[in-house]
Design a protein. Structure first.
Length: 304
């Protein structure tokens, strides 16, 4: 739902091959990392809680991250499909903050009103939050890609893992698995996938009592729908298009449908005890980062 936009021909961005998109991301990452560090420096740190434990309960398998010791590899699991996997234990996941950054095709959109594409803003926000949280004493990881780390090089670790994850461009949903009870999740996405499906993922992740924060990234044109006259509806996920004769007549119905979609996501967050923050790409990245960091700090302070 709602992945269809009305775009002038000059703003259409057709779906690109995965290899090309990966090369584009590799070229942009150094700039995005620098921007994330500037944003992090402008956000007051939060006070985290370093904890460790001897628990041996299995939580998940995840890909080996460059620089990790070979002793962490689960060779039996790795032998199944030729990739190296680490067996992660429950204590490593508890008291951690888990990011998930949407990098699907719809996130590549940027209108002339935006300061950045949605995916670039999502990466900057995710990296900035990771650095801010680690400086505050937290451990941060990316769901399905890295373990939770309290490393000063957390931004480089996340960037490297994301760059190596070509499959991440094919999905607009976080992993469907519950989080440990004492963990936090930060989902950064445009939220334009079916609301019921995303709500189901949120409920599953929160089923054990984990806290969470949904950061919705929106382009200003997606919010205002300022089009008139002839236009073309273009689906960035599937590459489908539809020409319409009077885009202006669609505006009010579109805005109503968008609000209903957002309300469904708000309700999903309310039921799970999560928060929802809407951030537009015509605003400074620091606003969204500060809001989420403040919400995490408030939850920590109340002991939730």
């Amino acid at each position: 739902m709602l992945r269809t936009r009305v775009l002038p021909a000059t703003e259409r961005q057709p779906v690109r091959p995965v290899i090309t998109a990966s090369l584009d991301l590799a070229a942009r990452l150094p700039r995005l990392i620098l921007e994330a560090r500037r944003v992090s420096a402008s956000v007051h740190g939060i006070h985290g809680r370093r904890r460790a434990g001897p628990g041996e309960t299995f939580w998940q398998y995840r890909p080996l991250v460059t620089g990790e010791s070979a002793s962490r590899i689960d060779w039996r699991r790795s032998a199944r499909d030729g990739h190296l996997f680490v067996r992660e234990r429950e204590w490593e996941a508890s008291h951690a903050i888990w990011l998930w950054i949407d990098r699907s095709a719809s996130m590549g959109f940027a209108s002339s009103l935006a300061l950045a594409s949605k995916v670039d803003r999502a990466l900057v926000a995710g990296f900035a939050l990771a650095e801010t949280l680690v400086e505050g004493g937290e451990r941060v990881g990316h769901l399905g890609l890295t373990r939770a780390l309290a490393s000063r090089r957390i931004v480089e670790t996340l960037a490297q893992a994301i760059l190596a994850d070509a499959k991440g461009q094919d999905t607009d949903m976080p992993p469907q698995a519950p989080l440990p009870r004492l963990a936090d999740a930060i989902l950064i996405t445009d939220g334009l996938s079916p609301a019921a499906t995303l709500a189901e993922r949120i409920a599953t992740m929160a089923s054990s009592g984990a806290r969470g924060h949904l950061l919705l990234i929106a382009d200003p044109i997606e919010e205002t729908f300022p089009f008139t006259g002839q236009a073309e509806l273009f689906d960035l996920e599937d590459g489908l298009s539809l020409r319409v004769g009077d885009a202006g007549s669609w505006g009010e119905a579109y805005r109503q449908r968008l609000e209903a979609h957002r309300e469904a996501l708000r309700e999903a967050c309310r039921k799970a005890g999560w928060t929802l923050t809407l951030h537009r790409t015509d605003r400074p990245a620091s606003e969204g980062v500060l809001r989420v960091a403040s919400l995490i700090a408030a939850a920590r302070g109340t002991g939730r």
